[in-house]
Design a protein around this ligand. Structure first.
Ligand code: ATP
Ligand code: MG
Length: 368
């Protein structure tokens, strides 16, 4: 999957831009606030039908303009295709086109252009609370496994209902009647969620480990460790066994859940640890190590998508070079040799030996 050309009209700070892209690395350099992230946002929009920075279409249209028009020529699914989005100021809905054919929704876009984005906020995945880590697994698995998406949606619906019961039962004790049924179904669907997550994390960890090793010149060993409901002894066990173990955990916590008014047990509390040579990145990782591990996870996510779909997603790396030493910067610029990559960077004067460099100034191309 490769973009050969990108055209933007009145998108963000771009009045008009046409880029002839490299099938390998595309290095976008420029000072702060020149439009580097805007460019990645445009590519990402064409692959998902939404912005990773805003839900307001108006913000994507150049100040004072009536509409924005974005087009990418892409080679994917064995042929040349084009993806286009026209965004309007005001209430008129945006229009999406694939090969000139108007689309009712964005559903078909990722099949033609898949992107994997790394933005500075992704560093929080390894440093902050557990929610972004669960989101990372869930987003990837929902894309790859429709069965997982259904199970997760059902789990979340059941969890919402159970939360309402636990919150309100003191005013109306009859609410407690269906609670055992909810627990039973939560354990059944929870077992499906856990089984998928364990397998995905195992594959993600193996792929991330080899990227991280290359990244750090073999000096660091990255591993991922899945944490789920404490009574689940083996998340790779038969789902029936996992189900029984979740159920017994729920029974043991029945009283505590009533007392606290909260759902205390289940895969909604799942987490994983990233370890470097056995030491948790969350507590001990340096800035560079954390960044390296987070990028390795993204590269691994892309690899698993490629293995599954046969197409290599386009990788969008926003501002990843800062805090990396020269060898690790070299890895990003010159050693991610598979597929197409976009890398933004502030340090003017950087070059990549395996691709093209574009310098951006005030929403325009300075040189190629
Ligand atoms: P940094 O290195 O700081 O991350 P950047 O090159 O990635 O900078 P962008 O975020 O791509 O910068 O662009 C930011 C610029 O785009 C800002 O100056 C902002 O005012 C401008 N901008 C954003 N939206 C619009 C819009 N709708 N119309 C015109 N300009 C806009
Ligand atoms: Mg930026």
């Amino acid at each position: 999957m490769k973009l050969s050309r990108l055209r933007l009209y009145d998108f963000r700070n771009y009045k008009q831009l046409q880029l002839e892209l490299d099938p390998g690395v595309n290095l976008i350099i420029g000072e702060n606030a020149q439009g580097k992230t805007n460019l990645l946002e445009a590519v990402s929009y064409l692959s998902t039908g939404r912005s990773f920075r805003t839900a307001k279409t108006q913000e994507l249209i150049r100040f004072g303009a009536d509409f924005a028009d974005l087009t990418a020529d892409v080679f994917s699914q064995g042929r040349e295709q084009s993806v286009r989005a026209v965004l309007f100021a005001g209430r008129r809905p945006r229009q999406l086109y694939l090969g000139g054919v108007k689309q009712k929704s964005a559903a078909k876009l990722p099949g033609v252009l898949t992107t994997v984005l790394f933005c500075p906020e992704d560093l929080l995945v390894l440093k902050g609370g557990s929610q972004p880590r669960r989101r990372l697994i869930d987003t990837a698995l929902c894309q790859l496994r429709p069965g997982y998406a259904n199970a997760l949606a059902e789990y979340n619906r059941l969890l919402d209902s159970k939360s309402c019961i636990l919150k309100d039962y003191r005013e109306k004790t009859s609410l407690l009647k269906p609670l055992p049924e909810y627990n039973y179904r939560l354990a059944q669907v929870g077992a499906i969620v856990i089984a998928h997550r364990a397998r995905y994390l195992e594959a993600l960890g193996a792929a991330a480990s080899s990227y991280h090793s290359a990244f750090s010149a073999g000096r660091e060993n990255l591993t991922l460790q899945y944490h789920t409901v404490s009574t689940v002894e083996d998340p790779f066990a038969d789902k029936k066994i996992i189900f029984e173990q979740i159920l017994s955990h729920q029974e043991a916590h029945y009283r505590a859940e009533l007392d606290s008014g909260q759902c205390l047990t289940g895969p909604h509390k799942d987490d994983f640890d990233a370890l470097l040579d056995g030491i948790p990145v969350k507590a001990f990782g340096s800035q560079g190590q954390t960044r390296t591990a987070a990028i390795s996870l993204k590269l691994a996510e892309r690899e698993l998508l490629r293995r599954d779909t046969g197409e290599e997603p386009v990788l969008l790396l926003d501002d990843v070079l800062s805090e990396l030493d020269a060898a690790r910067q070299d890895f990003v610029l010159n050693q991610i040799t598979s597929g197409q990559v976009f890398i933004t960077c502030c340090e003017v004067g950087r070059v990549t030996e395996i691709g093209k460099t574009f310098e951006i100034r005030a929403g325009g191309l300075v040189c190629t």
